[in-house]
Structures are given as C-alpha cells and as structure tokens.
Write a protein that binds this ligand. Structure first.
Ligand SMILES: [Mn+2]
Length: 428
C-alpha cells in the first residue's frame, strides 16, 4: 500500500489548499467508492485522485476533514479510517493503523470512522463555508457515491447559514502543476510502459490475438511494479484502428494490417498515456508508411508548440491545420472539399475527429480545461492521428509532454517512434 511519495508532499499540498480557501472553512473529502463486481466481489480498488493528492492514503472508506479558523494559521486536520478487526485481518489482511496514517499523510489527528459525525458537527459550528467536490473536475462519467450522498443529504438540514463551495477548481489548479516528485513518478510510469512496448514488438506477428498482446502489456506493467493499467488498454488491429476507444481486444491480428496500441501504466495513482501503431507483419506497406510519416511529422511539429502561454484549444486548431495539409497531400481530401465545407463539419473531420491533447496526471484525462493557459510543470499528451476507414487502417501516435520554461520535455523520448526503428526492432 505504501507509495514512493514522502509525507511532506501531501503536507505541502494541504498547505497550498489552506492558502486558497476562505477563513472559517471546512474541507470534506471522501475516498472513492468500492465498485461491486458480482456477489461479494469488488473491482480492484483505486483511491479518489483528490483524496490521494491531499493525503497519500490509498485505503477504502477513508475521509478527511480540514478545518481553517478565523486566523490564517489556525488549522486542524483529521483523517478517518476503517477500524481494523479480527475478521477483517483474517479475510482481507492488513489495514492502516493510526500511526501508519500519520506516517503516510502527516495528518496528526487520526480517528476511526465512528467518530466522523461527532467531529464534523463540532467543527461545523465554527465555520461559514464547506468545501467539497461538486464533481466539476470529473471528465465524463459521474457516478453515485453512496457515502458522499448520505453525507450530503444529512448536512443539507444542518447548514442553512453555511455556504457550499466547490473544491474542484482549487484542486484542479494545484493538480495541474506537477512537482518534481510527481514528474519523477510519471517518468517511471512512462518508462515501464516503454519497456513493455519492447516486449510487444518482440511478440507481435500475424496470427496472434489482440488479447494476447493485452496480456503482454498487463504482464509488463505488473511485473515491473506498476499497480495497474491507468485505463483499459486499446489493442486494435485492422479496421479496429479506427474505433477511438476500442478495448474489446478479441480479434486475430492479420498479416498486412496495423495494430494500434493505446496503453499506459499506473504507478502510485499517476498515469502514463502512450499510443503506437505498428505493422503486424513487421513491415509497413508503402501507403501505410506514407500516412504514418504524415502523422509523425504533425506529432513532431505540435510537440514543439507545447510551451507556456498556449492552450489546448490553440494546439487543436494548429493540429487541424497541419492535418488538413497532410490529408490533401495524401489525396484524401481536396482544396475544393475545404472551400465548400460547412463550418460545423470541416472536411478533415472524416479522417481526424478528436483533439490533439489532454492533461495527464492522477487521472489519465486529468483536471484542466481546453482554455487553461499552459505553464511549466503541466503534463499533456500529444496525439495527432489520421483514420482511413476506406483503406482499413488508422494511425495515432501519442507521447506525454512536460511543459518547461524552455523546450518541451518529452517523457517518451526513449520510446521508439520512427517507422524504420519500429520495423528494425520487430525484425531484430
Ligand atoms: Mn491515450
């Protein structure tokens, strides 16, 4: 359960949060729900990203209360955890002791969960604001959180004179800018993913199945110490290249087709997010290579533009312009198509229909918005693509890029991406 982070990292994150909240406030954070799989089984547990960021605690049914008084140096911090019992020890194993929670998080007041309501109500009378997640940070899927909902229902009656504040914009601001410790962990997650890619290159040949490649990926990640995949790996051969979030991974890899792999290890809750597209036979056809090099050229150009002051929205437009030119060169669209296109359905969209970048961090699609102005310390994907359904293949190439004051730093710089390099490694 231990992480490579020192407790000072989490103490510092809470300090920054305390600076950003109003006086006379209480911050309430819950851990992620355990998602039932079937019967008495759960899916593998993964902590809520904010709760991890502010405490380092990875255990289920953990909550935090952070109190800020009238004076800016008046803080109280509480962590609430499961009370271990003999049955739990026999069936599930070790759970945090109070001392361990202090060691991991630096939170000094640690109580078992039965004390939560008592301490919460004691602090409630001293505050004017409660901060909690309004789920505005969550991209996509929002889910019912039982403990959170029960809490919210119960506080609605007690808090007539208290303002509800959204914690999400504050955690987004902090989480967007990565510290050196976070960058180190992300680099390790990328390195594990890169090593695993070498295993994939050695394994892939006509006749293997997508799920076998998935097995190589999972093996590489877990074997090298990652806790999980950051997201379900996309192992998409042939026409499946063109399904953006394909992860059924059941088909046979056929001679002459391409295999698109979008995969990333999760290390200490931090994600890598990498895409490579490789020839199943070990050799690209001339047409595949032509399209591959077009995407790679755009990839290299956009990467250089991931610098302070720009935004994902600007990068998207720049990428669309580059892709448009490539599509003309590849004879997929004409200048006439562009001249006669409707504003809401540009011609390039048939072959390239997603953005070029998203923030990466604790969430694989991390907090941050299209108009967020880039600053040093932010990590983003660079993932241009061209999908050609009528030719039965698509190509996406994705690296993870750190914004710095100078040149963008490519965390994936050591992972093979040149077409010739990929072919040489597959035939080595
Ligand atoms: Mn990806």
């Amino acid at each position: 359960m231990n992480s490579t982070f020192n407790k000072n990292f989490f103490i510092n994150n809470r300090k920054k949060l305390f600076n950003d909240i109003l006086p006379e406030s209480l911050v309430v954070m819950f851990s992620a729900e355990q998602f039932p799989k079937n019967g008495d089984q759960y899916f593998r547990y993964r902590q809520n990203s904010d709760t991890f960021y502010f405490s380092g605690l990875k255990q289920e049914e953990t909550s935090l209360l952070l109190f800020k008084g009238k004076k800016s140096n008046n803080f109280e911090e509480y962590a609430f955890i499961l009370e271990p019992n003999l049955k739990m020890l026999t069936w599930i194993g070790h759970k945090y002791s109070k001392d361990e929670v202090v060691d991991i998080s630096g939170v000094k007041n640690v109580e078992f969960n039965d004390k939560f309501n008592y301490i919460f109500e004691e602090l409630l009378v001293k505050v004017k604001n409660i901060y909690f997640s309004h789920k505005s940070n969550i991209r996509g899927i929002k889910y019912e959180h039982r403990i959170f909902q029960d809490w919210l229902d119960s506080v609605n009656n007690k808090t007539q004179s208290i303002d509800f504040q959204d914690l999400d914009p504050l955690s987004m601001k902090l989480r967007l800018s990565k510290s050196q410790e976070e960058i180190d962990v992300m680099q390790k997650a990328v390195n594990i993913t890169g090593e695993t890619f070498q295993d994939v290159l050695n394994f892939v040949s006509p006749g293997v199945f997508e799920y076998q490649v998935e097995a190589i990926i999972t093996h590489g990640f877990v074997f090298n110490g990652a806790q999980d995949c950051a997201y379900l790996p996309i192992v998409a051969s042939g026409q499946n290249n063109n399904i953006l979030h394909y992860n059924t991974n059941r088909n046979e890899c056929k001679d002459g087709d391409l295999l698109l792999l979008d995969f990333g290890a999760e290390l200490d809750c931090y994600a890598a997010d990498i895409t490579r597209t490789i020839p199943i036979s070990g050799k690209f056809t001339p047409r595949q290579k032509e399209v591959y090099n077009a995407v790679l050229d755009v990839h290299k150009q956009i990467k250089q533009k991931i610098v302070p002051g720009t935004s994902i929205r600007t990068l998207n437009t720049e990428c669309e312009n580059l892709i448009e030119e490539k599509l003309i060169e590849l004879k997929l669209i004409t200048r006439f198509d562009i001249a006669s296109q409707k504003e809401d359905s540009p011609a390039f969209k048939k072959y390239y229909m997603h953005g070029v970048s998203n923030f990466i961090g604790l969430d694989v699609h991390d907090t941050g918005k299209k108009d967020t102005i880039l600053e040093p310390g932010m990590v983003l994907s660079c993932e241009p693509a061209i999908y050609i359904e009528e030719e039965g293949f698509g190509i996406r190439l994705e690296n993870d890029i750190l914004v710095t004051e100078n040149e963008p730093f490519d965390l994936c710089a050591n992972i093979p991406i040149e077409a010739d390099e990929i072919e040489a490694l597959m035939n080595g």
